[in-house]
Design a protein around this ligand. Structure first.
Ligand SMILES: NC(=O)c1ccc[n+]([C@@H]2O[C@H](COP(=O)([O-])OP(=O)(O)OC[C@H]3O[C@@H](n4cnc5c(N)ncnc54)[C@H](O)[C@@H]3O)[C@@H](O)[C@H]2O)c1
Length: 357
């Protein structure tokens, strides 16, 4: 089978996890080129991976001139996603772009149009679609065990977990915990509940605590550039309601800073026949012979970070090389997610419900 030559643009924190994904399938993919606006960082990674210096770049436009490059993996700050993706697609490369797809829906639509125009594969880094918990829940849902899933309550809130650097600078991130963390759990729940079309949203944001520089952090995800430029002009808490065309609703909380017991990433799903709670494990709630039952599966259901990224990257290579592979995380879902996020931010500004077209 053809070995895909991949160029990774943005060589900070998450790119290291993508590197592991390509290294896990050495017969199918090769990290052929690297690119970062911080060229020293790209060169350091190139040295570690054995990528020759002539294939290390400080801008994506030069990297995509490499004829033999098949695919580009975009791991930049959010404000680089659209430019890098469109440049790569227009140069005839396939693209895997990290979440969130873009800064806003307008950019996301332009990215999807570039993929369609060039007939190239564009996949979005909705890594939670590739986890064990999703696999189990999708199978249970497909068997009709939940009945009609009509409500989800999803939460991704940190007590003191702003990653710093660009994550809190709206000009590079497009927003705070909603666009960074909320995107994962909104996408997870929309995907599980059948990918229905959103029709309206209501959102509220706060920036009361900001990044809490006066309170010591206890670990957690940190931007590679944390500490070097600490602008904080994004929300620290976002809450929202998303209504879909089949009548189902998702309620979301996302926070970088919140006075709560610890960090939380719970998702609860409520169906007419059964419900589920996802923490580190999947728990199921239904009834049997007139008695309420709580069920835990004798199967691993915790989200395994590395396994999920490896599956996402393998799927990217499958989509490019195996004819007929249906993309699990297509651009059209990225566009829908950006419309939801835009609507929630707009609603938070105006204080009113926003209708999504
Ligand atoms: N899927 C997940 O769970 C997950 C987790 C973390 C981050 N992410 C996403 O990955 C992306 C990167 O996050 P990170 O944590 O690695 O950030 P980071 O700050 O650690 O690294 C980003 C790198 O991109 C480089 N860069 C920025 N703009 C660029 C451009 N236009 N061209 C080339 N290089 C550029 C920076 O110099 C930096 O080295 C973000 O979009 C983030 O939302 C996803």
């Amino acid at each position: 089978m053809e070995k895909i030559k991949v160029g990774i643009v943005g060589n900070g924190g998450i790119s290291g996890v993508h590197v592991q994904g390509y290294q896990a399938i050495p017969d199918r993919a090769e990290i052929y080129a690297l690119c970062d606006i911080n060229k020293e960082r790209a060169l350091a990674l190139a040295k570690r991976l054995g990528v020759p210096e002539e294939r290390v770049f400080d801008n994506v436009y030069d990297m995509v001139k490499l004829d033999e490059l098949d695919a580009v993996d975009v791991c930049t700050w959010n404000n680089g996603h659209a430019d890098c993706t469109i440049a790569a697609l227009n140069a005839g490369k396939h693209v895997l772009c990290e979440k969130p797809m873009a800064m806003n829906a307008k950019q996301a639509i332009a990215m999807k149009e570039a993929a369609d125009k060039n007939g190239k594969h564009l996949q979005i880094g909705f890594v939670r679609r590739f986890g064990n918990d999703m696999e189990v829940l999708k199978n249970i849902e497909a068997d009709g065990w939940f009945g009609d899933l009509y409500y989800a309550k999803v939460n991704y809130t940190r007590r003191n977990g702003c990653p710093g650097g660009w994550f809190s600078d709206s000009s590079r991130s497009g927003g705070g915990p909603l666009i960074d963390l909320g995107v994962h759990v909104i996408d997870f729940s929309r995907y599980l509940m059948g990918n229905h079309k959103p029709v309206s949203v209501y959102g509220v944001t706060f920036d009361k605590l900001k990044n809490r520089p006066d309170v010591r952090k206890a670990g957690g995800y940190i931007s590679t550039d944390a500490g070097s430029k600490e602008i904080y002009d994004v929300e620290d808490l976002a809450v929202g309601l998303i209504r879909f065309d089949n009548g189902s609703v998702i309620s979301i909380d996302a926070a970088f800073s919140l006075n709560q017991a610890g960090d939380k990433g719970d998702m609860e799903f409520f169906g007419t026949k059964a419900g589920a709670k996802i923490t580190n494990q999947v728990e199921l709630f239904s009834s049997m012979s007139g008695y309420m039952t709580n069920t835990q599966l004798a199967y691993p259901t915790s989200f395994d970070f590395v396994h999920s990224f490896n599956s996402e990257i393998k799927h990217f290579i499958d989509c490019i090389t195996v004819p007929g592979t249906k993309c699990i995380a297509p651009a059209e879902d990225g566009v829908v997610l950006m419309k939801i996020l835009d609507g929630l931010y707009e609603s938070a500004k105006t204080g009113h419900e926003v209708i999504i077209d």
